[in-house]
Design a protein around this ligand. Structure first.
Ligand SMILES: Cc1cc2nc3c(=O)[nH]c(=O)nc-3n(C[C@H](O)[C@H](O)[C@H](O)COP(=O)(O)O)c2cc1C
Length: 166
């Protein structure tokens, strides 16, 4: 893969996150977990290029993101839609969904994990973590609509430390 600057990312990032989806992965090659995500953001914060991801408390991936300083965002072309559906509907707690999805884990430069099949990989170093609070919603209709079980997301702001494309 070729390393590029975050400023050289090609395409509409809103479309890529919300429609193409991505895998959030954390851990090392021997012990990692991954999950599909379509909520998130990218831009500039604190004079750095950042990505922000939102992970519900019950996701197995959450503990991996909490315990590791890096996480990766992996994007795939349409051929891997089934793989992303598998990683977004089964928990790594219950079995080897990466094997079932026919994805091949590999290490990033910083020692985190992505997949050989990815068309773009964004490696991030955690800068900030917090959990959304019900009392902070200005539009409180979101709480009832999105969080009937009050499982408010934990979010992580990560500094983009590397972007690789095929
Ligand atoms: C298209 C799609 C988008 C998703 N986006 C998110 C997300 O942004 N945040 C989240 O917490 N879960 C999201 N999920 C749900 C997780 O991917 C799903 O619960 C997964 O099985 C969790 O796996 P884990 O328990 O191994 O972490 C999404 C699922 C799909 C199919």
């Amino acid at each position: 893969m070729k390393k590029i600057s975050p400023l050289q990312i090609d395409g509409n990032i809103i479309e890529m996150i919300s429609r193409q989806w991505m895998l959030i992965t954390a851990g090392d090659e021997h012990n990692f977990n991954t999950m599909t995500a379509s909520w998130g953001a990218m831009g500039e914060l604190w004079n750095r290029h950042v990505a922000i991801v939102f992970i519900r408390p019950q996701r197995h991936t959450l503990g991996f993101v909490e315990r590791n300083s890096l996480f990766t965002l992996s994007f795939f072309d349409e051929r891997y839609r089934a793989a992303l559906n598998i990683c977004g509907s089964r928990s790594g707690r219950d079995g080897d969904k990466v094997r079932d999805a026919h994805l091949t884990p590999c290490a990033t430069e910083g020692g985190s994990v992505t997949f050989n099949e990815a068309s773009m990989v964004i490696e991030c170093r955690k800068l900030y973590a917090d959990s959304l609070a019900e009392s902070n919603f200005i539009d409180s209709s979101i709480v009832g609509a999105i969080y009937p079980e009050r499982d408010l997301h934990r979010f992580f702001v990560g500094e983009i430390t590397g972007v690789w494309v095929r």
